[in-house]
Design a protein around this ligand. Sequence first.
Ligand code: T4K
Length: 368
Amino acid sequence: MNPIYVTKPSLPPLEDLIPYLQKIWETRVLTNSGPFHQQLEAELCKYLNVKHISLFSNATLALVTALKALRITGDVITTPYSFVATTHSLTWNDIKPVFVDIDPRTLNIDPNKIEEAITPDTTAIMAVHCYGIPCDVDAIERIARKHNLRIIYDAAHAFGVKCHCGSLLSHGDLSVLSFHATKVFNTFEGGAIVCDDLSMKERIDQLKNFGFVDEVTVNAAGINAKMSEFNAALGLLQLQHIDDELLKRSVIAKRYIAVLSDTLGITCLYAGKVNTNFSYFPILIDEKHKWSRDEIYHRLRGNGVFARRYFYPLISDFPMYRSLYSSNKSNLREAIRASNEVLCLPIYGSMSPMEQEKVINLVLDASY
Ligand code: T4K
């Protein structure tokens, strides 16, 4: 059997791409907010039920730009339990990350621990909707309002996730999406910033295009983070299939939950939660299970199943963050536990029942 990776990117039928390529070849508009770029922004606003979207070449540059757009400086409260790009975006803006522990039920930043980390230098909260599971947005908003802080959501995993008031992406000052190959909605590489306000969208559009306002005016030290017409065309095609991809993932997730969630020592993070996009399938394997997380991880690899330990190591354990006061292990007990127990099992729309049964059998009996 072929290797089973943690994800297999969804792709539109190749022949559907040809008319888009023909158009690009005819018009020679390759980038700089061309017609496909504009169309994708409009269609995503509609699909995601948000006011404004600015497309980016990837989510990391979108995070860096989001912080610039809000003029964030000083210290920002964030989670150590994420992909390293979350914290790197702060560092690229000369902002000091302040790590706060996570809620063991969601693995998102724990709002109950945010206030004790706030100092006069704190300017914002950067939270992550990890695996597409929503943060406690109401609690975070209450704290931010009380202390006059900005909120940036790293929503790299949260494409299309809804919440009590519509789109999860409408919360906070800005939300950032990733359209990387490994995400539920991909444009090969890509990302976006979601915002509520037209003047903010204009500022972001300028920042991602070197700071140009018009042909002769540059009003900020911007960067080049634009999405090309090729990536935008892919996005338009992917959008036609996204509902199908999400549905297939939910079926696969339900099967995992049905067979794994009653196993001693295994917790399925998604069990009982409906408002996620099943962008990953994280399980926690604790000491009650007969095999450790790493034993299962290695047995899976040995049998051609490439599950991933997202997120191990913790960001706070990487050399450039280790010496921060907030990286102290006693401050991050739940994040350390999750990082040592988590395993993301393969999930993707085109996963066959046979592939899934192989993964399940290996997890249930790692001596396989
Ligand atoms: N914030 C958060 C919370 C994030 O998770 C991420 C990215 C970001 C921000 C930044 O977003 P971007 O700047 O990337 O838009 C991957 C992705 O590179 C990264 O985008 C993602 N998070 C992270 C969680 O995972 P790796 O190093 O684990 O990827 P890789 O290359 O090992 O791929 C995983 C598996 O996927 C492979 O074993 C096979 C399969 N695969 C991968 C690629 C790239 C394919 O089948 N085809 C492909 O083209 O980081």
